[in-house]
Design a binder for this molecule. Structure first.
Ligand code: SAH
Length: 427
């Protein structure tokens, strides 16, 4: 691993400047290719109109349905219409903050591939790649570690629901690409700047079978959640309804009787009073787990979250500030902390789960300090040096992104131990 850390060279073009703060703490953090600013983004009346007519026709909707409509409605969804990342957007993420983040994740991928006996085929799959910065940094690592990956047939698979972001990813990552039809499972194909085949899908279930390393960074937090409250009569689901006195405003209500979700999703041992569950996240983890168990591979899920302890984390972000989740739907990001205890339960026994451990622990275990020193030794420009140092501090400091963000992994049964990132690296 130490050798890998030394081989990867500094790429000045990818040193990011650090204006905005990350999401996940008070003034929130995410990342920086560019488009419409949140200030210039107008209120999206079509989503509100769509939601109020739907509620008028069929009654209050679940929080999951609200979130799905607001974020991924094919016509006017927040993710479908906007580039929300970076200084001009609503939040910034770790891969946007420093190239070192993606490099260390790239080294983790190579290390898992080596630990799995260097299978001939290696599919690199990212869920929700945003602007493509993480996969871009990883592909640079793969290119520089060609001698290690020699002989492997590497392909890149991106699962992205947003036409706008997938276009941005194609521009950043692919030398050339072609678009498929609306109904095709693979809606875009191309060749990366480093000569690898790259494919785009709307759903992870369309990614081909085979040995795969799956990556999901700040993806699971964007998936729709159901919200529940414990009452004297048992669990009841929180719904979104039209405000009785203001017909163009929405409000939360508690459904008076059990719903399908409240009777099927809650574990009998649950101790919390309020609960947020993303069945969509559960189904995706089940798919990753069964593919990893049958074809080999691993998944690395990094997000802000908890291990089954938190209760009310559903929130909105607009222009790097907290935003009322029911206010001006479609103009702000909606998110909820990932419940890793739920993902572990959904993954089942066919795979081994590691973590969650803090981002700080994972990056330190992967050698971030050594990597920073290697980069600083080859960099004499004061501004770039300061950005590198500041970026690492932002990623690892417990008061910044170091403890709030967690790493969780699914591995094929009986993985060779220790697993990179989840235990201390012997340099
Ligand atoms: N991983 C990136 C971007 C995180 S934002 C980073 O960390 O910088 C969430 C990403 O997931 C966006 O690319 C968004 O368009 C995508 N996304 C959200 N919901 C999705 C869904 N249901 N299916 C596929 N992609 C989704």
């Amino acid at each position: 691993m130490w050798t890998f850390l030394k081989i990867i060279r500094l790429n000045r073009a990818t040193v990011r400047s650090l204006n905005p703060l990350p999401r996940g703490w008070t003034v929130v953090l995410r990342r920086s290719c560019s488009s419409a600013s949140s200030e210039s983004r107008v209120t999206n009346p079509s989503i509100l109109r769509h939601l109020t007519s739907k509620i008028t026709a069929t009654g209050a909707i679940t929080v999951a349905e609200y979130m799905r409509e607001v974020l991924t409605n094919p016509v006017s969804g927040y993710y479908v219409k906007n580039d929300m990342l970076g200084a001009d957007g609503d939040f910034i993420t770790s891969p946007e903050i420093s190239q070192i983040f993606g490099e260390l994740v790239g080294i983790w991928c190579v290390s898992e591939w080596v630990a799995s006996g260097k299978p001939k085929v290696l599919q690199l799959v990212e869920l929700g790649p945003g602007r493509g910065s993480l996969i871009g940094d990883i592909l640079r690592v793969f290119h520089q570690l060609q001698s290690v990956l020699h002989g492997a047939e590497v392909s890149v698979h991106l699962v992205e629901v947003s036409p706008k972001l997938s276009q941005l990813q194609a521009q950043c990552l692919a030398g050339e690409y072609t678009c498929g039809g609306e109904d095709e499972l693979v809606y875009r194909t191309g060749t990366t700047h480093t000569g690898l085949p790259i494919y785009w899908y709307r759903s992870v279930k369309d990614v081909p079978r085979g040995f795969s390393i799956f990556l999901a960074h700040e993806f699971f937090d964007a998936l729709p959640i159901h919200k529940f409250q414990r009452t004297e009569k048992g669990w009841r689901e929180v719904m979104v309804d039209i405000h009785p006195e203001e017909p163009d405003k929405l409000r939360f209500v508690l459904f008076p009787t059990p719903t399908l979700a409240s009777t099927t999703l809650i574990h009998e041992d649950e101790k919390r009073q309020h609960l947020e569950i993303s069945p969509e996240g559960g189904v995706i983890v089940q798919k990753l787990a069964s593919q990893i168990a049958e074809d080999g591979g691993a998944a690395l899920i990094a997000d802000y979250g908890h291990d089954g302890t938190k209760m009310d984390t559903f929130r909105g972000f607009r222009g790097h500030k907290l935003h009322d989740v029911l206010e001006a739907p479609g103009t702000a990001d909606l998110t909820a902390d990932v419940d890793f205890s739920y993902l572990r339960r959904m993954a089942g026994d066919a795979v081994v789960c590691m973590g969650p451990i803090t981002q700080r622990a994972f990056l330190k275990n992967m050698g971030i300090d050594a990597r920073l020193q290697v980069l600083l030794r080859s960099c004499h420009d004061a501004t770039t040096r300061a950005q590198l140092i500041h970026g690492c501090d932002m990623l690892t400091s417990p008061e910044k992104m170091g403890s709030r963000f967690q790493f969780f992994s699914l591995l094929a049964p009986s993985p060779p131990l220790p697993v990179a990132g989840f235990s201390e690296l012997g340099l």
